[in-house]
Write a protein that binds this ligand. Structure first.
Ligand SMILES: C[S@@+](CC[C@H](N)C(=O)[O-])C[C@H]1O[C@@H](n2cnc3c(N)ncnc32)[C@H](O)[C@@H]1O
Length: 252
């Protein structure tokens, strides 16, 4: 069995505590630009699998948009509502892949960060991607961020996903260690999905112009967080030569 997100407890509080600095520097900016969040016709953003609301809050603070944030974990949503409330974020509990509160073609952009790799069954993943496609308006963009399947086993600044030297098959479980600021470690179990699987999933569900990005530190203009004493302030962070994230995006 994989990580039990619905149970909340230590998984929810540990993930909330995790400092997502590499994601903030490398991952989210790539997602936000893939979604063209600065465009004036992007007014509603869906955060599918919002967890404790870190990315939703970031979107709402940076852009004048309405965020619809959904998750299956009551514990995660409680943290999100308590710690990351915002007048332009609505948090919703899901009981399945359906987004019944959203009409067809009603959302301008959608993202799904660190969610699909939690699911070991491609049909369940396909149901989520198809549902996102239903609610997006024509021309709306969807971005998926997961750890990069091509750099498993690399020790990044804050996490390691998979064991060094191990090759993973599609769907196989990988152990992930998130290093927490207080010195603790949160252990999770993800599923390995190859780059092509992400491209195929989006394409099969109707997205067009599907592309992938795997940014390195040298690719980002914004050095937010790269200050003395920060997690990435080391001589040779792995993030400079080994891309930690894969961002797959496409347009409806
Ligand atoms: C690793 S956390 C990521 C949270 C957030 N997206 C972030 O990156 O900070 C994964 C989240 O996905 C949620 N999740 C897992 N499976 C899901 C599903 N089938 N539908 C919706 N949310 C799901 C979990 O409850 C958890 O909050």
């Amino acid at each position: 069995m994989g990580t039990d997100w619905q149970a909340g407890g230590v998984v929810a509080t540990g993930f909330d505590e995790y400092d997502d600095l590499p994601e903030r520097v490398l991952g989210y900016p790539t997602v936000f630009s893939a979604l063209r969040l600065g465009d004036t016709d992007v007014r509603t953003v869906l955060d599918y699998g919002c967890g404790p609301g870190k990315i939703s809050l970031r979107v709402a603070e940076k852009h004048p948009v309405q965020v619809e944030a959904v998750d299956i974990s009551p514990g995660m949503l409680e943290i999100a509502r308590t710690r990351r409330a915002h007048p332009r974020i609505r948090y919703h509990l899901l009981t399945g892949p359906r987004l019944d509160f959203l009409a067809d073609d009603s959302v301008d952009a959608a993202m799904c960060c660190y969610v699909l790799l939690n699911i070991g069954d491609l049909e369940r993943i396909r149901a989520i991607v198809a549902e996102v496609h239903r609610v997006l308006r024509p021309g709306g963009r969807f971005a998926v961020l997961d750890t990069n399947p091509d750099t498993t086993g690399t020790r990044f600044s804050t996490f390691i996903s998979g064991e060094p030297g191990v090759r993973y098959e599609a769907g196989q479980q990988r152990r992930v260690l998130l290093h927490l600021p207080g010195g603790g470690v949160l252990e999770l179990l993800d599923h390995h999905w190859p780059r092509q699987t992400y491209v195929d999933l989006l394409t099969e569900c109707g997205f067009r112009d599907v592309t992938t990005a795997a940014p390195l530190l040298g690719d980002v203009p914004d050095t937010e967080g790269l200050v003395p004493g920060s997690l990435l302030d080391v001589d040779q962070p792995a993030e400079a030569t080994r891309p930690p994230f894969l961002i797959t995006s496409g347009e409806k």
